[in-house]
Ligand binder design. Sequence first.
Ligand code: UT7
Length: 346
Amino acid sequence: MATQPISLEPGPTPWSALRTCVRPVAVLGTGAAVPERTLTNADLAAMVDTSDEWIVTRTGIRERRVVSGQATSDLAIAAGQRALEVAGLSPERLELIVVATVTPDEVCPPVACRVQAGLSARRAAGFDLSAACSGFLNALMTGHRLVAAGAFANCLVIGADVMSAMTDYRQRELCVLFGDAAGAVVLGEPVGRGAILDHVVGLDGRGAGMITTPAGGSRRPASAATVAAGEHFLRMNGKEVFKFAVQKLPEVVDELLVRNGLRIDDLALLVPHQANLRILEAGAKRLGLPMERVVTNVERYGNTAAGSIPLALDEAARSGRIRAGDLVALVSFGGGLSWAGTLLRW
Ligand code: UT7
């Protein structure tokens, strides 16, 4: 690829010069893993005061997967293994592992260490990244930019969360929403036409209190009192997060399209964070995008946080729903408040 020298003169380097000196990077393979155990709406109705009708009408969710004794890294390793197989990359050749999660096996070490050992990826460096439901797309951007800059030849990007570990199954407004899953992509030099094209990321920290786990961190270390008060479980202002999500989803997709001189009709597929079917339908409507071009699996897995987008992407890729050359947008919104979007050519 022809490169253009970057000016050493004072002043900003033109963006066009930077763009031409980075390598193209593509998704070479996808993988996912979910636990075997299924928790249906009927199961939840036996635990709290809820009903299948309420859950389906308000969220679109019918069932979700939950672990029995597995940790986030167990799902992450399985998803990573599958993505490496599809990419045809042996673990020994893997150079970087980035894991997005808010439910690490333990506070220290990072999940990436467990993944590196589990995959026997001896040469790989790695780290975890935390950006709640936007974690996977922040990790994808990070992995993409590091490979594009030539720092690493390839990267395994994983989004993995065991949300059941931070869910209070006595709280009906929360326990119906979440599930456990991991998804992964391998990034590297394109073999066909595919390439990652662009990213949009953002935060509004004024909304940090909208989705929180109050205790177990440095502000409120875990104690018998915090556990008794259930402060190690997730809390969410569902109504406000809903409004934010319905507004952000179309805004982020629109920004990606406008920056790249594209129209909504150019998009073959949108793969959104699977939080609530009503959010996805409202967002698609605002964009003028028919639901046939929106990937949804929230009905089967619920909200799996960082696992959600790579799980949906893997299902779409394996089922042949995404075809070579398709223009695909990924979009997320969630805790932070955070949002992110990625545009790619498959
Ligand atoms: O990934 C991070 C991003 N997170 C999200 O995107 C979540 C965004 N928020 C949501 O998806 C929705 O706000 C929820 C699904 C969480 C809640 O739906 P809602 O339509 O906003 O319901 P609500 O909170 O306004 O509650 C309506 C009623 C309340 O009863 P009253 O006050 O009207 O008598 C709740 O107590 O529904 C009641 N309710 C339930 N009833 C049966 C709340 N949870 C349940 C339940 N079963 N599980």
